[in-house]
Design a protein around this ligand. Structure first.
Ligand code: GSH
Length: 314
């Protein structure tokens, strides 16, 4: 991680644990919002007006948090408005790296070799983890936001007329249902699989993995009434946030993170739902199973030999 702008020690997935040895995720530090007129959003300060070619997204295709922002960019028709760089899938000693691995890109905007250099470009005294996604402002040469939940939300409304109005990922009538689902799904599933995988005690692992499967069972029941998406017939933000975890479940979390009570394909309604979302306009383009497997299995603390399993058959 970075301490006062300097890369200090080899990358490790767990740098903070709670009293029971459970994995604690760092809170994001840059929280400005892009808005149609440049006024301030719910956090941060004003000055980030929606403009074509002004903003850039740094992502990793292994990363569920980054991929939820890529999906929103796609669904809201913002591909020509927001440019993207993709890091290599491996978690190396200095974290995320730009290079020539297939389906990765170099950093054409800042010429960085490592993602941590983007953080120090924005704040030369930055202390914290250098995570993706990062939403970069090419005009002010700073980070707008590094919290994927914010970025997903601002892609829906922050770009006003520059974005497609065909889909509303956070429709007024479903906002409270979406908020409730988001809390449950984030805590027990999106972050729950990480809490299982990075637990440092049996107790915290068992607690996390139990919550993972209780939540999958809850969602299987919810979808058993034949609804297409979590809120009914229209895809919303809640589906985007669930999808990125489901698509990684069998190929990464089941094995590496020891979430192995069942495979996702053993849940019939969830499996059909996963295929439905995967086939939704453009979403498949944001999924790269090779990056996902290479990336997760490159985490040395969990897989010291670096061997990537050949299965499962998906
Ligand atoms: N709160 C952040 C979390 C992002 C996050 O943890 N990303 C992981 C990749 S899946 C990362 O970049 N980890 C590098 C690190 O922790 O050093 C978000 O949702 O945007």
């Amino acid at each position: 991680m970075l301490v006062n702008g300097k890369w200090t020690e080899n990358w490790h997935p767990v740098q903070a644990v709670d009293q029971q040895g459970g994995f604690v995720r760092q809170t994001s530090s840059f929280r400005h919002w892009i808005t149609p007129d440049g006024s301030a959003g719910v956090t941060g300060h004003e000055g980030f007006k929606a403009e074509p070619n002004r903003y850039h997204l740094y992502v990793a295709l292994i990363c569920p948090w980054a991929c939820r922002t890529l999906i929103a960019r796609k669904l809201k028709g913002l591909e020509d408005i927001i440019s993207v760089s993709i890091v290599e899938p491996f978690l190396l000693n200095q974290g995320w790296h730009f290079g020539h691995y297939p389906d990765s890109t170099l950093d054409d905007i800042n010429g960085a070799e490592w993602i941590h250099q983007i953080y120090t470009k924005a704040d030369q005294h930055f202390t914290g983890r250098a995570t993706v996604p990062v939403l970069w402002d090419k005009k002010l040469k700073t980070i707008v936001n590094n919290e994927s939940a914010d970025i997903l939300r601002m892609m829906n409304t922050g770009f006003g007329e520059l974005a497609s109005q065909e889909i509303d990922l956070y429709p007024l009538e479903y906002q409270s249902v979406i908020d409730d689902l988001n809390t449950k799904i984030y805590t027990n599933l999106n972050n729950g699989v990480y809490r299982a995988g990075f637990a440092t005690t049996q107790e915290s692992y068992t607690e996390a993995v139990t919550e993972v499967f209780n939540t999958l069972t809850f969602l299987e029941d919810l979808l058993s009434d034949q609804r297409d998406f979590l809120c009914g017939h229209a895809l919303t933000e809640a589906d985007v946030r669930l999808f990125v975890t489901l698509i990684r479940f069998d190929c990464a979390y089941h094995g590496l993170f020891k979430c192995n009570l069942y495979q996702l394909k053993e849940f019939p309604f969830l499996s059909r739902y996963l295929t439905r979302v995967l086939n939704y306009a453009g979403i498949q383009d944001t999924v790269n199973i090779n990056h996902i497997k290479q990336g997760y299995y490159s985490i040395q603390a969990l897989n010291p030999t670096g061997i990537v399993p050949i299965g499962p058959k998906l």
